[in-house]
Design a protein around this ligand. Sequence first.
Ligand SMILES: Cc1cc2nc3c(=O)[nH]c(=O)nc-3n(C[C@H](O)[C@H](O)[C@H](O)COP(=O)(O)OP(=O)(O)OC[C@H]3O[C@@H](n4cnc5c(N)ncnc54)[C@H](O)[C@@H]3O)c2cc1C
Length: 401
Amino acid sequence: MTSSRSFDVAIAGRGAVGAAAALGLAQAGLKVCLIGPSPSATLASDPWDPRVFALSPATRELMQTLRVWDALPAERMAPVYDMRVYPSLSATAPELHLGAYAGQVECLAWIVENRALMGVLENALRFAGVETLDDTVSDMHLTGSGASGRIELALQSGRSVVARLAVAADGADSALRTLAGIEPSVREYGQRGVVANFETRLPHGDTAYQWFGHEIGVLALLPLPADDTAMGRTSMVWSAPELLAEELMNLTPEALAERVRLTTHNVLGEMAPITAAQAFPLRLLRVARLIAPRVVLVGDAAHVMHPLAGQGMNVGFGDVACLLSVLSQKEFFRDLGDTLLWRRYERARREAVSTMQTATDGLARLFGPVPTPVAGIRDLGWRAVARSGWIRRRLVAHAVR
Ligand SMILES: Cc1cc2nc3c(=O)[nH]c(=O)nc-3n(C[C@H](O)[C@H](O)[C@H](O)COP(=O)(O)OP(=O)(O)OC[C@H]3O[C@@H](n4cnc5c(N)ncnc54)[C@H](O)[C@@H]3O)c2cc1C
């Protein structure tokens, strides 16, 4: 190690969750350092980023508090006012329709490209005075005790930083989580999330579509903004069983577009590829503890879930909102690294995280291969939910939280 710079908070991980945490902590008046490989390396030249996220109204609230929501380019975002979900690929499958209007909410979600989100967060970080280090955390140790205690993070380059608190936002394979002694339990879904964007002959009408089926996994088409040159644009997230994912990834972009069109009963008409497909392994990752001495876990470092509800990032932003709320209520005498303080965070997040993981895992299993009687009960339940206005309103209320 060559030199040690001192901060209130050091954050490992420069993804969207780490960047939002850094921004909020700096806006709260803390001296913050954000460590991670520069995201600009991933802001590639493709016209549209194949990584898009459905951001919830609760996430919008956080982004508004951080004063970055209005900076998101409107022409790169699409609101979702309706969701149409089908329990199978059959053309006669009963539709579950969730609508913002019927659910009495402004919008179900906003579809935003990863690079647009990262772009505004990175800009705001510069103005907030956050120190960014293009580096990775490779080791940690605790020094001192009580209020004079510190955490020292050793970085790959040989540098090190010292802080009163470290936040692990370094993703599903978090090094800081391992260094802090928290071992996750991981279950692979045996699926990969295949993502790609397409131009479509028909407009999407601000609607997100989703099909479940045990042969196909879960296939979602999310709306993207269109312009004069296209009738519509859509972003696909296909959580496909391994063999199917491999088959899809081996198709040419044009053949994949045709495959998606046929699988989705031509709902958006002819499709043409905008981006090459990318695939991500899908897994469920849980941790027994969200904190360790002077370390707090947020985002995918703390929880990974199936993307079928488009909630992983939203739950990560929920962690950030909670972190900032706990900090705002910190007693003046309490040290920033005090475990008693962060136990409040752990208590507050445990249930929200576990509820979302259990719900998404339950749905992923229910629509995986199940015995025929279970499939029968599932289909009956689906029809009942699809017909009940009250249940659908409850579903919308839950989805937008
Ligand atoms: C196919 C798919 C679709 C999805 N769709 C949605 C959606 O619509 N809505 C939604 O809410 N969520 C969605 N998710 C989930 C979402 O992608 C994740 O929850 C989110 O990206 C996690 O963000 P993060 O910042 O916690 O982690 P990451 O984005 O993984 O960022 C972690 C960062 O840490 C850095 N890093 C790694 N190691 C170190 C180290 N040792 N030191 C420093 N830095 C390090 C990495 O380089 C990276 O920049 C989806 C996931 C998948 C797979």
